[in-house]
Design a protein around this ligand. Sequence first.
Ligand SMILES: *Cc1c(COP(=O)(O)O)cnc(C)c1O
Length: 436
Amino acid sequence: MDNKDLLERSLRAVWHPCTQMKSHETMPLVPIQHGQGVWLYDMNGKRYLDAVSSWWVNLFGHNQPQIKQAIRQQLDALEHVILAGFTHEPVVNLSERLSVLTGLGHCFYASDGASATEIALKMSFHYWRNTGKPGKTRFLSLQNGYHGETLGALSVTDVAIFKDTYAPLLLKSEQMPSPDWRLAAKGETAEQYALRCAEALEQHIAAHHEQIAAFIIEPLVQCAAGMAMYSPVYLQRAREICSRYQVHLIADEIAVGFGRTGTMFACEQAAIRPDFMCLSKGITGGYLPLSVTLCTDEIYQAFYDDSTVRGFLHSHSYTGNPLACAAALATLDIFEQEQVLKANRQKSIHMKGRLQQALDGLPVMNMRQLGMIAAFDVKSRRQDFQQGFYQAALASGLLLRPIGNTVYLMPPYVISDSEIDWMVGEIMQLLQGLAA
Ligand SMILES: *Cc1c(COP(=O)(O)O)cnc(C)c1O
């Protein structure tokens, strides 16, 4: 098929996400034909290293044989069935395995991250209502936090460019100071700063806990804020404070779950168990849309009753889709069989070392890295840095999506050391071009 024709048809028929469509008058879409490992191939055969894991969803590369096979097999048995009143083996197996991994007893499914957030917020409010505290109607979140784009999820999100336009439609929510270590005072360590933020959290919760249902947080890395990282001590303190004042702690591990930060779930690095955990993105290895909200048995029990309306009457049409569950089970199999977390440790050390070396002397700051996420901030006053860097990277065969002046690397786990070296080398050249 003619390339140009496809791009024109796309612009005529498709409304692309998170995009001012007029920008495509000057910035062409990239038509991808196939993928293999960390590489995406366009229709002219040019390849791009997928350094953003196709928006943080891909774990084991494109065209991954085991996941593909699992979906094929499931496809021969059952593509989908209603999950109200019915069940099937993939959803049961997946729920049991996620429960073992997280220590949370029940799994409620949807198809995307924002829905998982909505479910956690609704369930939290409903739990308090069922247990005689209907006044707990408010939610707390962190400054610069991100939890999705639907109205409830956007209400607890704090990214101005996504939120401000819709502010009149949103639920009231309060944002607590972000423990992002870049915001620490001079001479203050990341940990000291995190403790200071936890102090502010405690003061707020102590004063308002009777109105607060839950505190929702992205554990360890606020990804959409530009890979803002913080000390696990904040999570420990948040857990203590929420328990003391009877406020639910919702861990939004949609981006950081499934090994991204070095442990299966980021909460493990603070040795805490949240009341709710939201998972999506990497859950199917980047193959199919699936999300899940897990909760404690105690929360589940508060809905278990003779009364229908005390139950959680929320639903989505594709809840617990068997194909997506099969992809998720294959993803968990790969984690077990291939010692992914261990292999990633080596890769993340390699990535960090190479990046540190490459960035030396270049106009960047705040180099940071956790597991398979690395980021730094570029000192540039160019208004169009984000778009300019994106396009320059694309031209050299690298898919990066800077967030403001932050450049981050979040590659699929199957990236090889030599692919890391190539990726870092390209970034170094792009930055040298900026500095020149
Ligand atoms: C991506 C993301 C979401 C929203 O997930 P969608 O599938 O895009 O709706 C929510 N929370 C976090 C932390 C995310 O990174």
